[in-house]
Design a protein around this ligand. Structure first.
Ligand SMILES: [Zn+2]
Length: 131
């Protein structure tokens, strides 16, 4: 998930923007060239240019990584149990399969984080040209 925000021109605190657009031009098409909202910190109505809005990776993305890690351990356990009845000579095989099972959720999560970071950097790099 991506979070959009801007710094309040009065108190410099972070104000979240309740839109999920991953592209500045899409955001501009949706809300126009300016965003208006009441700052939750200083209670003043602020109007900022779409170009002052920035994107960041949602803090809850860290939670996705924890979920992926737990899923990895669950998969390792399931794979281990499936092979439990096999003889000892196949332990090495089991370890290899467990290693693969362990990496899948983590790799998927890393892919997600990479995609989000790329969207964030694209959003923050491109600005709307003023007419
Ligand atoms: Zn403020």
């Amino acid at each position: 998930m991506i979070q959009l925000f801007f710094f309040c021109p009065t108190c410099q605190k972070v104000n979240l923007v309740p839109y999920r657009e991953t592209d500045r031009s899409m955001l501009e098409r949706k809300i126009g060239p300016e965003y208006s909202g009441v700052c939750p910190h200083c209670q003043r109505k602020q109007t900022v240019s779409v170009n002052r809005i920035r994107a960041k990776v949602h803090p809850l993305t860290g939670l996705a990584f924890i979920i992926a890690l737990s899923l990895s351990f669950v998969l390792v356990k399931i794979v281990g149990r499936l092979y439990w009845q096999d003889d000892v000579s196949r332990t090495l095989d089991v370890l290899e399969i467990q290693a693969v099972a362990f990496s899948i959720p983590i790799l998927l999560c890393l892919g997600l984080v990479y995609t989000l970071r790329r969207s964030v950097s694209i959003f923050n790099r491109y600005f709307i040209r003023k007419p």
